[in-house]
Write a protein that binds this ligand. Structure first.
Ligand code: AMP
Length: 225
């Protein structure tokens, strides 16, 4: 592992498993997991001015404007901030402007070690999103076919497990459309820099996790300094 832990970006359509995998990757490498979506949902639940504004975009499946998102992530990346060591970003960057801002925001010449694109076919993503249920307290993800043990309350903290307001058919369609227009160019952005690894996202969580760890370890071994 590099001195400060790896700096990773997880890419993939909504429903590709980024959230679940990012948490496992963070635990495995002892790095920080930052999900901009979770951050916005926490702010919305707390009713802050920013959260209320962000919710307007989220519920309809639109992106929160770049300047707002970039401002927030930049704070976290500031020297001595939450992300000054290793990190795994999930849901950021989502536009080219955000990817460029990420490159510019870190304080040294090692912005991203690896961007991992978790690839999952469209039909599987649709099924996962339509059946997805999430703990309102900790964000743990369930599925209607794999519910919590008791009465739609989270196995970990007893929080209510519900459907995300943006997991409706219309908002899902919109988010997948935005993924193609706004987020796909980022895949090319990292590929051109030689920082992209594509991982098959079909299979059990353990299988996908194993593939990601292999890709990251190989990258870290080849860039060890
Ligand atoms: P997620 O949990 O990553 O699916 O994000 C949920 C919603 O939060 C998205 O549909 C957007 O409305 C908003 N969001 C999260 N991350 C970003 C980002 N990097 N840029 C713009 N909007 C975002």
């Amino acid at each position: 592992m590099t001195d400060n832990g790896p700096r990773l970006v997880l890419l993939g359509k909504q429903g590709a498993g980024k959230g679940t995998q990012a948490q496992r990757i963070a635990d495995h490498y002892g790095i920080v997991h930052l999900s901009t979506g979770d951050l916005f949902r926490q702010q919305a639940a707390a009713g802050t001015e920013f959260g209320v504004e962000a919710r307007r975009y989220m519920d309809s499946g639109e992106l929160v404007p770049d300047d707002i998102v970039i401002g927030i992530v930049r704070e976290s990346l500031a020297p001595g901030g939450l992300l000054s060591g290793g990190w795994v970003l999930d849901g950021f960057p989502r536009t080219l402007q955000q990817a460029e801002a990420l490159d510019g925001a870190v304080d040294d010449d090692r912005p991203v070690d690896l961007a991992v694109n978790i690839e999952v076919p469209h039909e599987i993503v649709l099924d996962r999103l339509a059946g997805r249920r999430v703990c309102e307290v900790c964000g743990r993800i369930y599925h209607v076919n794999m519910p919590p043990r008791e009465n739609w309350t989270c196995d970990d903290d007893g929080g209510a497990v519900t459907q995300r307001p943006d997991d409706t058919e219309r908002a899902i369609d919109r988010r997948l459309q935005i993924y193609d227009t706004e987020t796909l160019p980022i895949v090319r952005f990292y590929a051109t820099r030689g920082h992209l690894e594509v991982v098959d996202g079909v299979g059990t969580g353990d299988e996908v996790f194993g593939r990601i760890v292999r890709a990251v370890d190989e990258r870290l071994a080849s860039t060890a300094r």
